[in-house]
Ligand binder design. Sequence first.
Ligand code: NAD
Length: 500
Amino acid sequence: MTHTDILTAAGLTELQLTGGTLSVTTPIDGSEIAQLKMHSVAEAQAQIAAANDAFQAWRSVPAPRRGELVRLLGNELRAQKETLGRLVTLECGKIYQEGLGEVQEMIDICDFAVGLSRQLYGLTIASERPGHSMRETWHPMGVCGVITAFNFPVAPWCWNAALALVCGDPVIWKPSEKTPLTALAVQKICDKVMAEFGEDAPKGLIQTLIGERDLGQTLTASKDVAIVSATGSVPMGRAVAGDVAARLGRSILEPGGNNAMIVAPSADLEMALRAIVFSAVGTAGQRCTTLRRLIVHADVYDQLIPRLKAAYASLPIGDPLDEGALVGPLIDADAMMAMDRALEQAKAEGGTVHGGKQVLTDNHGAAAYVAPAIVEMPEQSAIMHHETFAPILYVVQYDDLDQAVAMQNAVPQGLSSCIFSTDVRETETFLSAVGSDCGIANVNIGPSGAEIGGAFGGEKETGGGRESGSDAWKGYMRRQTNTVNYSRELPLAQGIKFDI
Ligand code: NAD
């Protein structure tokens, strides 16, 4: 299929793809595939107003009926899985299998949200007063702005949107300016689904803003956007957190990670090897959960690292639309330069670099394909505290588990982590209060590739937000405590006497 075929199959028209000032390129060969019209700030404000109008109606639609809309969305995504998956690959450069996986994640969260639409439950609480009952109820919160990053161009929108919609909240999406085409394709799917759903879906329920960060800032600044869910770099998370907090709004933050694996002496090294390679080079090292720091016990270092280098040497790097490729390109030349700079710093800090060079410079235009790098470090130095969004795997040795856990926790980010060990004392320590300080801690699987059933997110500079499964839905609703007096007296709490 040509690039044009992929765009056409996803329902994107010539009219949509031309005549604007936002140049969209494909990382596959660096060529321009669209010039999109951008929304203005005034149009963003109009979307916010329309979403608030939609909220007035949508909040009264019964939640299971709202779930029906998300069921239709899931069905349509199933029908368009291949077309959308291919567009994800074209636009952000992840291999087609991962493009499909991303759409599957959207389908999975839709299924989850449909079930949830019948389970938005509160609590009943014992009252200290006779003839009184207390309960907790959950209500729709308002408009949910969703700001997303380039590396997962569609799934994080759906983690937010599927939950927000069943919770009664309209959604406005500001996708990455590097990957707006997938957002346009998804908006088209949503428009179709809303039409099929009928009058209960008010105008302005699901909208998309095409453009740069000023549109994101319009969402974060507006008191009419009740919730801002933001996925991106740590500097972006910090800016969004400040802007939303300044108006005392609610944010759900999903900034970057700097994820580690500890390989203990008892580890199944064959399994560890496979997990390391997938989590370190999948999506060409451009996942928030990418494995960036490998902390290996000195006793198994010489068994594991030569095998890892051999596996890296035979990795098929190439056009992510080709079935054989396991590593696609970086998003752009800036990402490759950031990788080069990090490798130079690592060398200056005593590291020995294997791989990391640009490859496939012939016949791939201005694309940025790199050989994933392994960097053996004498210790966890400054560069390892930093998330470089590229396939660089730093490797260090440790001698005892406390030291390894301290290293794992010493970085500013706190997203994902894991240990490979068959010693239950070690694995339980790793998962305990004195173990990993991350939002995600795994045993005998890598740090990337989460399922949607669990809450997703992390601590420290990873922002503390939780999305997707478990009770993350509570982030999209407002909690109300109700006390009902069904007696004929009016006793005060805490036994206070106040007779008039
Ligand atoms: P980025 O921070 O450059 O941009 C992300 C989005 O934020 C874009 O849509 C951008 O327009 C918008 N934006 C930027 N500054 C803004 C501001 N001040 N106010 C409002 N919006 C603003 O990130 P990126 O390069 O697209 O993505 C890579 C980063 O995202 C990595 O750090 C990665 O770890 C992180 N990420 C995190 C998660 C997670 O769930 N924790 C998931 C995917 C990616």
